[in-house]
Design a protein around this ligand. Structure first.
Ligand code: SAM
Ligand code: SF4
Length: 506
């Protein structure tokens, strides 16, 4: 018996699964999902699509039959109605903002054997390590002070060396970094965690360390395919332990939880239905759905042969499924990552609410690349510790410049959880449009801060034009959306920011 296998045996707490089951069953009923998809697969007329989309404007979770009908649309004209509604809903709930983050990989040791992942335990081509706290700090210096990120998602394999105590220590290390930069300081202000499902006791440790969002992707909701992808004798082989990871997080006091699927494993229609069922069960138990939705699509990984994959999702279907999710779970943020190519992200930019840029997905990849003078994420692909390959390797400056040219303001806002605007509070505010008012002000403040501290001259010029338009819009909505007192405070903060004060928010 070795230490690792002893640790594995203590991780799953069956009573923390059983308390949510109904008649011994979880909330994913595969037969019901397949039947609903089949029953809503033909004669989907324009009138029905228009009626479904009209309901989506109420910003409430969509009925299963309606989601199934949208999933089954193939006619490009009808699909374009869904895209249009998805753009309108993004605009209504999240305006023209795109929140920016970066992933930070801190461990690649893993006890699991997910067949599609470069970190799986039997992949002999993968180099393994777990960063020391000094290395975590080094990575943070580059992210916060050289690139200019404010929000991270930290990513871990599942292993005793990267357990909850280690993750909490990493968060404390990251929050402690504060470096002088051009006009202010570089600092990470929100740390989200993408890690294996944990017990309520472990999740409380992450909550105490100041977690933003807890992110776990079910990979696929299809029980049978899940079992094929995740060997039964591994921790991840327990479908239900994973399925209720977010329920446990909410019980532990973490109310911003993120769900997702790895598209390519199962039929994407099934998994979109699964995500909606997941949101519904969270609403049922906690009165609150997921904070964000993630839609990773399978990418090539070192040492991994993908001949077993039968459900690759093509670009057209991928973009469409993102639009369906936007209207089906309309209150949730929607994240598309650099796994996708620039063109795909560009075409989805009116629908998504978060993306990453300048990401390096290898271990120590930010500091190592910086040491070696590899200045772009593309150069960093040469480092050989990555989990998979990236599609968009442009710099943060380039991505922000393009976004501004397209009329999107890139927000580095991290105010939400620091002001207690999380969970039910933020959902209520989002639905009635109030959160948007704070978000717009915070987007302007944080965008200005980034332009002053990190932008190239050209990006700053284009960014400032956008800021001027945003300022005019805000001014035109006083006192309707922005009461006089709030607007006066905002102006005062904006002036202080120009003079070098930092981290100002509402
Ligand atoms: N180990 C934790 C887990 O599995 O939940 C968290 C880290 S894992 C590296 C994060 C996510 O990477 C997984 O949930 C999966 O969706 C995604 N992933 C794994 N292999 C991938 C691949 N080949 N292409 C794209 N995404 C992948
Ligand atoms: Fe490990 Fe996560 Fe990769 Fe599976 S997806 S092998 S659990 S790191």
């Amino acid at each position: 018996m070795n230490k690792v296998s002893d640790w594995v045996k203590t991780q799953i707490k069956q009573d923390q699964i059983d308390r949510y089951l109904e008649n011994g069953k979880d909330f994913i009923d595969d037969d019901y999902i397949n039947r609903t998809l089949a029953e809503n697969s033909s004669n989907i007329e324009r009138k029905r699509v228009e009626d479904i989309l009209q309901k989506a404007h109420d910003i409430t979770l969509m009925d299963d039959a309606d989601v199934a009908a949208l999933c089954n649309i193939k006619d490009p004209e009808l699909r374009s109605l869904v895209f249009k509604a998805a753009e309108e809903i993004k605009q209504k709930v999240y305006d023209n903002r795109i929140v920016m983050f970066a992933p930070l990989y801190l461990s690649s040791k893993c006890v699991n054997a997910c067949r599609y992942c470069g970190f799986r335990s039997d992949n002999t081509e993968q180099k393994r390590s777990v960063l020391t706290q000094a290395e975590v700090e080094e990575e943070t210096h580059v992210l916060a002070s050289k690139i200019g990120h404010k929000r991270l998602v930290i990513v871990f394999g599942e292993h005793p060396e990267s357990n909850a105590d280690y993750i909490a220590d990493c968060m404390k290390t990251i929050y402690s970094v504060k470096d002088k930069v051009r006009n202010g300081w570089g600092q990470i202000r929100r740390v989200n965690v993408n890690a294996a499902p944990m017990s309520i006791e472990d999740l409380k440790k992450l909550n105490d360390a100041g977690i933003g969002t807890f992110q776990v992707f079910q990979e696929t909701y299809d029980h049978k395919i899940y079992a094929q992808m995740h060997p039964e004798n591994t921790l991840k082989g327990n479908y239900q332990w994973r399925l209720y990871a977010h329920h446990r997080a909410m019980e532990a006091g973490i109310d911003d939880v993120a769900i997702g699927c790895l598209f390519g494993l199962a039929d994407w229609r099934f998994d979109v239905m699964g995500m909606v069922a997941h949101a519904r069960d969270l609403e049922k138990h906690f009165g609150l759905g997921p904070h964000t939705l993630s839609v990773p699509r399978l990418e090539k990984a070192i040492g991994t042969n993908f001949s077993f994959i039968k459900n690759w999702v093509n670009d057209e279907d991928f973009k469409y499924l993102v639009a369906v999710l936007r209207v089906a779970i309309p209150y949730a943020g929607l994240i598309v990552t650099n796994r996708e190519k620039p063109q795909t992200i560009r075409e989805l930019s009116n629908i998504i609410t978060q993306r990453d840029a300048d990401s390096r997905i290898g271990l120590r990849a930010y500091s190592e690349a910086y040491r070696q003078g590899l200045n772009t994420a593309a150069d960093c692909q040469k480092l050989d510790t990555a989990q998979f390959e990236l599609g968009d390797t442009r710099s943060l400056d380039e991505v922000i410049r393009e976004a501004a040219q397209l009329g999107h303001i890139v927000s580095f806002c991290t105010a939400g959880y620091r002001c207690g605007r999380t969970g039910k509070k933020i959902m209520t505010l989002l639905r009635n449009g109030t959160e948007g008012c704070f978000c717009k002000l915070n987007a302007v403040l944080t965008f200005q801060e980034w332009l002053d501290d990190f932008a190239s001259e050209e990006t700053r010029r284009i960014g400032m034009e956008l800021i001027q338009r945003e300022m005019e819009e805000i001014r035109s909505k006083v006192p309707g959306t922005y009461p006089h007192a709030l607007f006066t405070n905002f102006n005062a903060s904006y002036q202080k920011l120009l003079q070098g004060e930092r981290d100002l928010y509402f």
